[in-house]
Design a protein around this ligand. Sequence first.
Ligand SMILES: Nc1ncnc2c1ncn2[C@@H]1O[C@H](COP(=O)(O)OP(=O)(O)OP(=O)(O)O)[C@@H](O)[C@H]1O
Length: 274
Amino acid sequence: MNLIEVRNLHFSYQNDHDVLKGIDLTFDHRSTAIIGQNGAGKTTFVKLLKGLLKPVTGDILVNGINTKETSVAKLAAQIGLVFQNPGDQIFKSKVYDEIIVGPRNIGMPADEAENMTKRALEAVGLGSKINHNPYDLSFAERKLVSIASILAMDPRIVILDEPTIAQDDPGKQLIKDLIKKLESEGKLVISILHDMDFVSETFTRTIVFQHGRVMIDDDTKSVFSQTDVLREAYLEPPHITQLGNRLGYSETYLTAEQFVNDLLMEKKLKSNIN
Ligand SMILES: Nc1ncnc2c1ncn2[C@@H]1O[C@H](COP(=O)(O)OP(=O)(O)OP(=O)(O)O)[C@@H](O)[C@H]1O
């Protein structure tokens, strides 16, 4: 089932310059990374999905609702967007108040909203910071607060703009596990990323944007096997894929675990032959 349909989407901020130049895409529940050079139109695209911007030409249907024919407030229960900069999202002086405002705004009853707020904070590992001022937290923790504020509304579609910025390895692992859990629950996660290692380890599908168009849209492994096309988009494959290529393996490796497993298998085969 398609959760989002994008048909012949064009968008410009100024009339003379198209930022998005005819995009046709559908999204089911597969977790999807959007990658591409700076200025390719990725953030503009997700703002259009969220309904913050409206198509100049074409249509976007979110759960069957045309974004042109509804308000951002009405879409909020269906689709959540975590901004790149938490400062664009956080406006309350207590973490709890920041998180609960979303569920209450979409009409969730008070006790359910409270429950969802606590669960969302636990999910991002910030259960103990519930009474803190968000601005006493680190940038990475504020980013997790803004993720929790979207999770608390329990939307079917979650969009993350650069979620791994400023996160250390445990923070990245937490976000990776969260994305995989949401996907396993049938929710759609779309994320803009520049961190190719995180993309290869986390996402089922990857879309490459270039100059306002979709350049590649495929499963993540197929995308990272197309090294020539990636080069054209000024993108480097993940480090583990590059290592496999440099060592002459034809397989496209997406995780260190896959690579090590194959090396161990190869070693075992060799020792059996000898
Ligand atoms: N509010 C705005 N007004 C006018 N032009 C804008 C605005 N926001 C973005 N643009 C322009 O639209 C184009 C696409 O920008 P966008 O932020 O969507 O790209 P991006 O792929 O997300 O880039 P990045 O990876 O740097 O975030 C760029 O040329 C940018 O300068």
